[in-house]
Design a binder for this molecule. Structure first.
Ligand SMILES: Cc1cc2nc3c(=O)[nH]c(=O)nc-3n(C[C@H](O)[C@H](O)[C@H](O)COP(=O)(O)OP(=O)(O)OC[C@H]3O[C@@H](n4cnc5c(N)ncnc54)[C@H](O)[C@@H]3O)c2cc1C
Length: 501
């Protein structure tokens, strides 16, 4: 393909992130990259949590935290606490941490104890006590260590999605992206089925060699004009709606997202510097929008409060070809998996970055288009499997929603079945994750965290006490070690105030 003119349609987070990733590599090669945004259709305006990959995005663009974080009311995120997903004693809450280089000292103990517990030995195997990130989050600390602490702690961010969009737009325009405002009305295809141009509602048309569809759930170019098939995940991910509302931030700023299972879905709690973002992701098959709003308001103590409330619909699944003809779909237009692990922007980043990487390697051929599509498709499936596991491992049965979520074991992928069976049989999960080639989506520690954190152990085995050879470490030492490590981190709120003001 000889693409020198690229038109990105859509100016949400996906559009601007893609613009920046392309601009970084392609402006210097003489590409003309434009971004068109409708004056009439707003951005989705939610999506306030990230994975650690967002740091790499900013690092590659040489944008410092001091610059973007205060502008976006951003905070640090060490991981996610999953509350009330399991009813098993001791497993009512567990933390899914982002990795730390310190884990190389403690992970082996976690893996050892988890395997012992699976084989019927009565040892402690809940994840929280084994990870430095869990300690940092529990104490509301920042994940940035003092200069003399030699271990890195990976972290993601929480941010205001609207402010992040504005920040990225400013940066992209400064890097040479041409910004256009106009409402796409029609997409003109040529005889080979490629997009030739788009028509705006004021009668103008814009042509380009290559198009990027960032029009959100509408997917105007990919799904609508090119009729790219969409694979729904609704068979095992039931949630298709959300309601969001803010609350005030308290005296402390937590460095974790909290995801709490509710009657018909789950609620997020995301702390920013100026407010807390809250939302309830639910299934409209089991609960009305009014009931979801009531449940969330009740939970937040906002039953009669006048707060801005935002109701959203979600389409869960992915397009079968992320790159179809001369169009790449990025963001909600390519697909969406409910935001339980805040992976959407990571998938945006991956899609745009791998696409650019392939172009630079001269792999812009039909053969590589298929390889690219498979890679992104598999990534979506891999993330989907991990999200589905939260539901399939839940022991809740208090509502029809939870009973439906947990009953049908047939609706899981082969990969999930294999992994689950490996876990229950005490096999080496690290080796299995590698063998199944899924470590790029979720690593073995993440899988062990979810199984052990949800209390998934063979129930038929009577627990026996550990023999001296099976107790390979002292918890007193481990607790003390991680406690002392955590002294190298400052209070999260203080850190943000002192470094970003
Ligand atoms: C409830 C919920 C919670 C989420 N939480 C997270 C999270 O914690 N972490 C995370 O990573 N992601 C999360 N996401 C996903 C995240 O919000 C999106 O991936 C991200 O905002 C990117 O959206 P987008 O740019 O694809 O679409 P949008 O923000 O919808 O942008 C669409 C753009 O297309 C333009 N457009 C539409 N029609 C036209 C037209 N006719 N002509 C021209 N332009 C047009 C609009 O003007 C707009 O600029 C969440 C999503 C939902 C629904």
């Amino acid at each position: 393909m000889n693409a020198k003119q690229v038109l990105i349609v859509g100016g949400g987070t996906a559009g601007w992130m893609t613009a920046l990733i392309m601009a970084r590599s392609w402006i210097k090669l003489g590409f003309e990259i434009s971004l068109l945004e409708s004056p009439d259709v707003g951005i989705i305006g939610v999506g306030e949590g990230s994975t650690p990959a967002l740091k790499q995005f900013f690092d590659k663009l040489d944008i410092k935290e001091e610059e973007w974080m205060p502008e976006c009311n951003a905070t640090y995120k060490c991981g996610i606490s999953f509350d009330n997903w399991s009813t098993k004693p001791g497993c009512e809450s567990y933390f899914h941490p982002f990795a730390s280089t310190m884990d190389m000292h403690t992970l082996k103990f976690f893996i050892h104890n988890a395997r012992m517990r699976v084989s019927g030995v009565n040892v402690y195997a809940h994840p929280n006590r084994f990870f430095l990130s869990a300690q940092i989050a529990e104490k509301n600390l920042s994940p940035i260590a003092h200069y003399n602490f030699p271990f890195d702690v990976l972290y993601g961010y929480h941010f205001d999605a609207v402010l992040l969009g504005q920040f990225l737009k400013k940066k992209a325009i400064a890097m040479g992206i041409e910004y256009r405002v106009g409402h796409l009305q029609d997409v003109i295809l040529n005889e080979s089925g490629d997009i030739e141009s788009i028509k705006l509602d004021d009668g103008d048309s814009i042509g380009a060699d290559f198009f990027v569809d960032c029009t959100g759930f509408r997917s105007l170019l990919s799904q609508q004009a090119l009729k790219t098939p969409f694979k729904s995940f609704s068979n095992n991910l039931f949630n298709n709606a959300a309601v969001a509302m803010p609350t005030a931030i308290g005296d402390l700023i937590p460095s974790q997202t909290v995801s709490t299972a509710l009657k018909h879905g789950w609620a997020w709690k995301i702390p920013l510097t100026n407010r807390v973002g809250n939302g309830y992701v639910y299934s409209s098959d089991f609960c009305s929008a009014d009931d979801a709003e009531f449940e969330l308001r009740e939970r937040l103590g906002l039953l009669d409060a006048d707060v801005p409330v935002c109701h959203l619909k979600m389409k869960i699944g992915q397009v079968e070809k992320h790159w179809n003809h001369n169009c790449l779909a990025v963001g909600l237009s390519q697909g969406f998996i409910e935001p339980l692990e805040a992976t959407a922007l990571f998938l945006v980043q991956q899609t745009a970055a791998i696409f650019v990487e392939m172009f630079e390697a001269g792999k812009f051929t039909a053969e590589y288009r298929d390889k690219f599509n498979k890679r992104i498709y598999d990534h979506f499936e891999g993330v989907r499997d991990y999200i589905v596991t939260h539901y399939k491992t839940s022991s809740r049965s208090d509502t029809e929603y939870w009973r439906a979520n947990t009953k049908d074991q047939a609706d899981v992928s082969e990969t999930m079945k294999i992994l689950y069976s490996a876990w229950m049989n005490g096999l080496d999960i690290q080796a299995e994750v590698k063998r199944l080639r899924i470590e790029n989506y979720y690593t073995a520690p993440s899988w062990i965290c979810i199984f052990a954190g949800m209390g998934i152990f063979p129930s038929e085995k009577r627990l026996r006490a550990a023999s001296p050879g099976e107790s390979i470490f002292s918890f007193d030492n481990l607790d003390d070690f991680l406690k002392r490590c955590s002294l190298n981190f400052d209070d999260h709120k203080n850190y943000l105030e002192q470094n970003f003001k």
